[in-house]
Design a protein around this ligand. Structure first.
Ligand SMILES: NC(=O)CC[C@H](N)C(=O)O
Length: 468
């Protein structure tokens, strides 16, 4: 079976594509020349599994999205207390490049606008470090987060430096008020270099998944950002990450996010997923027009709004797969479902949301899909005669989990497989009248009924395992 998730992401892209609003950032020459037809979206689960669609290998400069990570590095290098003395955490309601400081303290309002980001940059390594040392440190951390070596795009760097008057003005303002103590030109140059680091949507989704995963890299298992810094960064992204659109963003989309003027948006839902979108045309606030549309859609469809408390998780989700060999299939005469001799059982447990349903989907696609020659474990049950889903220990399914599982069921049935679902409390809500197509699974109350059903189809299962 092929996972429906990439198809869904491709659908999200196509839905946003007709939106021709906005324009590529024009104050940085290289960005003004961007191919505005390019679009991509990527999703990284907190266990490192990945999905993407569109131009997912196209590289672009990270721009302001770097601010989230450099803030985390500044906290690590200077300590949170020192960072809070220099940079506030209040949404400014101003444009990202506003020359503004908090009245009472002279601090930049937050680390997501340029004034705060230049200050955060100046705290990386130490206030006396030079540009090279800070850039190396930032590149090293960002590369670790992305899981590959990242580089500065020198063309973007030079183009932005050529017209950096506004950022230079911000640098001098910070120096004059004593917020930064180093040479303001160095701080601004370093900040512009950090913004010119190239990434693609897959990098950003993975970097964001590290935040979603409490600072631990989903693939390497390394704690790259301390847990407490992650909370700080995600909080500030929530209130300030989309600049003067922050309020709209939180109410419509509802997950911490950061945008950049090259057209990317990175979003991070704590404990669940990291995601990224790319489309170069931005609105007057500096946020990608199609990116905002895609994030709104993803949030709605996948139930990603963090303030949505309709489902409270009671326990974790586990998927287990066991294989049974059907008995005596000759005697029972297997018929017409392309049957091999196997019955494969997938169990779910707990309050299942998108990540739980995704795990099931992944296991189905992996176990029952076509074998991939480079991965000997894949497709090992592609010849399964019958499938059992056991939801006996499922407390609840949220709407996206249910929808994804329904889609999996439809796909399995279209492959002419026999499907029994043990669902004594009815969490699946399979409605024959509303289901796509005319094939249906057999929904049963316990494993005896499931065995009887499967046996009746000629694909008899015998199991030593008392519990399905
Ligand atoms: N919003 C952004 O991405 C701005 C970053 C850009 N380098 C600037 O300082 O203007």
């Amino acid at each position: 079976m092929k996972s429906p998730i990439p198809d869904y992401l491709a659908h999200v892209l196509e839905k946003a594509r007709p939106n021709e609003g906005g324009a590529a950032a024009d104050y940085i020459e290289t960005l003004a020349k961007a191919d505005t037809s390019k679009m991509a979206v990527a999703l990284a689960m907190v266990d490192g599994n990945f999905y993407s669609a569109g131009d997912d290998n196209i590289e672009f400069s990270i721009q302001s999205i770097s601010k989230s990570f450099v803030y985390a590095i500044a906290i690590e290098d200077a300590g949170l207390e020192q960072v809070l003395k220099k940079i506030g955490v209040e949404p400014s309601g101003d444009r990202f490049n506003q020359l503004s400081l908090e009245r009472s303290t002279n601090r930049p309002m937050n680390p997501m606008i340029n004034a705060g980001a230049i200050t955060a940059h100046s705290l990386v390594v130490s206030p006396t470090a030079n540009l090279q040392e800070r850039t190396d440190r930032i590149l090293k951390v960002l590369s670790k987060l992305a899981g590959r070596e990242l580089h500065v795009d020198e063309e973007v760097y030079k183009a932005e430096l050529k017209d950096a008057d506004r950022n230079m003005a911000i640098g001098y303002m910070l120096k004059a008020t004593g917020i930064i103590t180093c040479d303001p030109r160095e701080a601004v140059k370093g900040y512009i270099r950090q913004c010119a680091i190239n990434v693609n949507v897959k990098d950003l989704a993975m970097m964001s998944a590290v935040l979603s995963n409490g600072g631990v890299h989903p693939v390497t298992g390394e704690q790259i950002i301390p847990h407490t810094s992650v909370r700080q960064v995600l909080s500030v992204m929530t209130t300030c990450g989309m600049y003067d659109a922050a309020g709209d963003w939180v109410s419509n989309v509802g997950f911490p996010a950061k945008s950049g003027v090259a057209g990317a948006i990175m979003g991070s839902l704590p404990g669940q997923v990291g995601l990224a979108t790319f489309s170069p045309k931005i609105d007057e606030r500096g946020n990608s027009v199609r990116g905002v549309a895609m994030c709104e859609q993803l949030s709605r469809d996948m139930g990603l709004h963090m303030m949505d408390v309709s489902h409270v998780a009671r326990s974790t989700v586990q998927t287990t797969v066991s294989t049974l060999v059907a008995s005596d299939d000759e005697k029972h005469g297997l018929h017409n479902h392309n049957c091999g001799r196997k019955v494969v059982i997938f169990k779910l447990r707990g309050a299942v949301r998108f990540p739980g349903a995704e795990r099931l989907t992944r296991a189905l696609a992996y176990e029952l899909g076509n074998p991939d020659p480079s991965d000997p474990g894949s497709g090992s049950h592609a010849d399964a005669c019958a499938i059992v889903f056991s939801f006996r220990e499922v407390f609840s399914l949220n709407f996206i989990a249910r929808r994804l599982i329904h889609e999996n069921i439809t796909r399995l049935l279209s492959e002419r497989r026999v499907l029994a679902i043990i669902d004594p409390t009815g969490v699946l809500e399979w409605d024959r009248a509303k289901a796509k197509g005319d094939r249906h699974p057999k929904v049963v109350n316990d494993d005896t009924e499931a065995r009887d059903y499967i046996g009746g189809t000629g694909c008899q299962a015998v199991s030593e395992d008392p519990e399905w």
